[in-house]
Design a protein around this ligand. Structure first.
Ligand code: GDP
Ligand code: IMO
Ligand code: MG
Length: 426
């Protein structure tokens, strides 16, 4: 059996949570493979809205197993808040969720280090979510991390103290005073006890076992390809591999088991935090997209930077991930524009560039746009492709030609129901 992977192709917030929820009924298992509570995945159904951060977006459908994989970094405090809220809304969390023993723990001092690193960078700061993501992955790679499975070891408290002391020494080297984390620490240890009530598993064995039994697995990515630590706009990226290969390392599934790769993108483009964004709009059009698309962070409430769709970056993302199907989100946000634009190349120092460059930061990039007529028709109540305006379908066909990949789902609103599956969906 194959595993399918669903991931973001832009700078995150493409609408991954919504589509995972929509596709979940076709799967037996949904598994998150990287990232942590820096993610905010929004789902809407029955007039209610939920934002998930560390818990997979398959949690609301019935009967599926949801797994937090080894590639994820978990903050016990935030996990507990999220899980208890879901329990209150009727989800039998301890029954449907399993957590990899190999997932790394975010410590209270990781959050402090995240803030200190940002402060030390000054104007060059990344604009992180402040959730301790970078420092936790740093400890993982430098072999100093603590894992979910370690929480049951008799020497867990000593290992925690050793890790914390290292962090305090790093903070001192940055000229920061010892932070007062006593209250946070007490909540953290309480939350670790809460975490231990869950099924802590060897998720690589579990998932490969499911595959042998013929069960279908959907892997849910967080962030987006342009935030990948290797292929994104480094250093303005997150600290994990957000690309398809991250599903292999973040869950322990072999590359040859990957089946469909669903690449999610918005009909336009957004970014939160610092870093290059070639098609960013600083004008009235950018503000209109932000207002209509409610482009504010699901978790931090930060304003998202907005711009036209960037096909140079998208083609790059499709290549790196081996995308087999594209899913276009937030089509409805452009319903009332006279014209829409798509960037097909960059002009850099008089040259036309179509391969995403090594480093786009600090370069004078002039996007080359193709401008098309807008459709000027509200689409959010539409339920089939047949009802959709010709100008919109022409835009979709143009994107498919440029990207050489089929667009198989069109999303026209935040609700589960506002999702149009095309005939070419596999
Ligand atoms: P994720 O991080 O990729 O899961 O995306 P976010 O949840 O951070 O951001 C996507 C936002 O767009 C959320 O507020 C969704 O409710 C909303 N959304 C998703 N799909 C659509 C759509 O097709 N149209 C509109 N208008 N909103 C959408
Ligand atoms: P979802 O899964 C959008 C951005 C931050 C910052 C950079 C590094 O909801 O799409 P980090 O806290 O990871 O060290 O921050 O990455 N970022 C996201 N932007 N969506 C996300 O997740 C993001 N997760 C991190 O804004 O620029
Ligand atoms: Mg998000």
């Amino acid at each position: 059996m194959k595993v399918d992977v669903l991931l973001g192709l832009q700078w995150g917030d493409e609408g991954k949570g919504k589509v995972v929820d929509v596709l979940t009924p076709r799967y037996d298992v949904v598994a998150r493979f990287q990232g942590g509570p820096n993610a905010g995945h929004t789902l809407e159904f029955d007039g209610k809205k939920y934002v998930l951060r560390s818990i997979p977006s398959g949690i609301f459908q019935h009967g599926q197993v949801n797994i937090i994989g080894n590639g994820v970094v978990l903050d016990p405090i935030l996990f507990r808040e999220e899980a208890e809220a879901l329990e209150q809304s009727g989800v039998d969390m301890k029954k449907v969720l399993k957590i990899s023993k190999k997932a790394h723990l975010i410590l209270p001092t990781h959050r402090v280090l995240d803030a200190a690193n940002e402060a030390a960078k000054g104007a060059g700061k990344i604009g992180t979510t402040g959730k301790g993501i970078g420092p936790t992955y740093t400890d993982k790679i430098s072999r100093n991390g603590l894992r979910v499975g370690d929480t049951i070891a008799p020497n867990f408290h000593d290992r925690y103290a050793a890790a914390k002391n290292k962090h305090l020494a790093t903070l001192a080297s940055l000229g920061m005073p010892d932070p007062d984390v006593a209250e946070l620490e007490a909540r953290w240890f309480d939350a670790v006890k809460y975490l231990q009530q869950y099924d802590l598993v060897d998720s690589e064995h579990l998932i490969n076992g499911y595959l042998r039994e013929g069960k279908k697995v959907l892997c849910e990515g967080a962030q987006g390809t342009m935030l990948d630590v290797d292929f994104g706009s480094y250093p303005f990226v997150t600290s994990s591999n957000t690309v398809c290969a991250g599903a292999c390392t973040g869950l322990g599934v072999a590359p040859r088991t990957i089946g469909e790769v669903y690449g999610i993108f918005k009909a336009y483009c957004t970014r939160v935090g610092s870093g290059p964004f070639p098609t960013e709009l600083f004008d009235e059009t950018g503000s209109r997209i932000r207002a209509i698309g409610h482009e504010y962070g699901a978790v931090t409430g930060r304003e998202r930077r907005c711009g036209w769709i960037d096909l140079v970056a998208l083609k790059y993302a499709i290549m790196i991930n081996g995308v087999t199907q594209l899913i276009m989100m937030k089509s409805d946000v452009l319903d009332d524009f006279d014209t829409v634009k798509a960037c097909t190349a960059y002009r850099i120092n008089g040259e036309t560039v179509t391969d995403f460059p090594y480093d786009v930061d600090g370069l004078e990039i002039e996007p080359v746009y193709t401008e098309m007529p807008g459709w000027k028709t509200p689409m959010s109540a539409m339920t089939s492709e047949e009802e959709m305006p010709k100008a919109f379908l022409d835009y979709v066909a143009f994107l498919e030609r440029e990207l050489e990949t089929p667009i198989t789902i069109l999303s026209v609103g935040p609700d589960r129901a506002q999702t149009i599956e095309r005939k070419n969906f596999k």
